[in-house]
Structure formats: structure tokens, C-alpha cells
Design a protein around this ligand. Structure first.
Ligand code: AMP
Length: 195
């Protein structure tokens, strides 16, 4: 199987992380979650972790330059060259999308698709309050959702303009959502093969 190169977008609490974990298994690809990378750095108390912690706790976004360089470094590794990637939580701003486009153009490895896992704001708010993660205070949740609308939602149009956007309904049973995602991805991959 050829390497897939995918982005998964969706509000925090959309089930993106769960579905991403299943997709990396199914497509034998590399899960690159910037949130997981940052949380690991916070846990290990690295310099990056110390810088990122307060920003994350407040529900703010870590600076574009910092996150772009972390992702560029990760995408340059051998496992990604061999297996492709599923980017989860990145890009999150127009600047990050432009940086990703530059990295992939330079490597000569275009993306296959950006999947938007669509779950309404009211539903994700309920789900996030329920999961009780340490950085899930009511204030931080509200801030992250506001930032999603102002910074990340415009990326949907950005990906659509490039013919890369697939919108998948994220409501319903986990298995059903997973099937919807794989159908959309497989359709993309078969279109790519035919061209
Ligand atoms: P996540 O698990 O994707 O919700 O990320 C948790 C937190 O990490 C976010 O609220 C941000 O503070 C930070 N973060 C993760 N990915 C990014 C990104 N691409 N750009 C900026 N900050 C990020």
C-alpha cells in the first residue's frame, strides 16, 4: 500500500483523537498529534514543555514558529517518508497551513486529503466537560472553541479551495463515524490512483 498523507480537522471534543488512532492502524501510517507531542514535552519537563505549559493550560495556541518547526522536524523522519502521516491538531492557523504546504511542496509529497470531522459546538462542549482532562477547565474549553472558530475554521475554506476537503459527519456511534471516514479517504485514494 502506498503511503497516505492526511490531515484530520475537527473541534476539540469531536472524537478526532480516537478516530485518528483507528485510522493510523487501518492505513499503517504515522500519527502526528501536536497536542500529544506538547503534552509529552510538558510531562518530561523539557524546555519546550516548560514554555508550552502555561499557554496550553489557558487554552491558547502555542506560537506558529515553534509549532511549525516541531512539525517540520517530525515530517522529515524516515517513518514518515515510508508510511506517510495523519496530522491531528495541525495545522490550526492560516500560517501553519501555509507552512505545511511549503514543507510538502519542498519534499515533493502532496497531501491526499483533509478530513473535517464535523460535530456541532453544543455537542463537543458536553463531551469535553465529561472527559475531565487536566487542561479542560470551563474557561479553557470556551477559549479553545473560540480559537477554533476564529483561527482554524477558516482553514476549511483553504483546504476546499485546493480541492482537498472532505467533510464527515462526526455524530453517532464511533464505528459508524470510522466507516464514514474510511469511505471518504478510500474515495480520495482511488481518485489519486486513477490520475
Ligand atoms: P489538542 O490536544 O490538539 O487539543 O492540543 C492541546 C493544546 O496544545 C492546545 O490547546 C494548544 O495549546 C496546543 N496545541 C496543539 N496543537 C497546536 C497547534 N497546531 N498550534 C498551536 N497550539 C497547539
Amino acid at each position: 500500500m502506498t503511503a497516505v498523507r492526511l490531515v484530520i480537522l475537527g473541534r476539540q471534543g469531536s472524537g478526532k483523537g480516537t478516530q485518528a488512532a483507528r485510522l493510523v492502524e487501518a492505513y499503517d501510517t504515522v500519527h502526528i498529534s501536536t497536542g500529544d507531542m506538547l503534552r509529552a514535552a510538558v510531562g518530561a519537563e523539557t524546555e519546550l514543555g516548560l514554555q508550552a505549559r502555561a499557554v496550553m493550560d489557558a487554552g491558547e495556541l502555542v506560537g506558529d514558529d515553534l509549532i511549525n518547526s516541531i512539525v517540520a522536524e517530525r515530517l522529515a523522519q524516515d517513518d514518515v517518508a515510508e508510511h506517510g502521516f495523519l496530522l491531528d491538531g495541525y495545522p490550526r492557523t492560516p500560517d501553519q497551513a501555509a507552512a505545511l504546504e511549503g514543507i510538502l511542496a519542498e519534499a515533493g509529497t502532496p497531501m491526499d486529503a483533509a478530513m473535517n470531522l464535523d460535530v456541532p459546538v453544543d455537542e463537543v462542549t458536553v463531551r469535553m466537560m465529561a472527559r475531565g482532562r487536566a487542561d479542560d477547565t470551563a474557561e479553557a474549553i470556551r477559549r479553545r472553541l473560540d480559537l477554533y472558530e476564529s483561527e482554524t475554521a477558516p482553514l476549511l475554506a483553504w483546504f476546499a479551495d485546493r480541492g482537498l476537503l472532505e467533510v464527515v459527519d462526526g455524530l453517532g456511534a464511533e464505528d459508524d463515524v470510522f466507516i464514514r471516514l474510511t469511505l471518504a479517504i478510500d474515495r480520495r485514494l482511488s481518485v489519486g490512483d486513477a490520475s
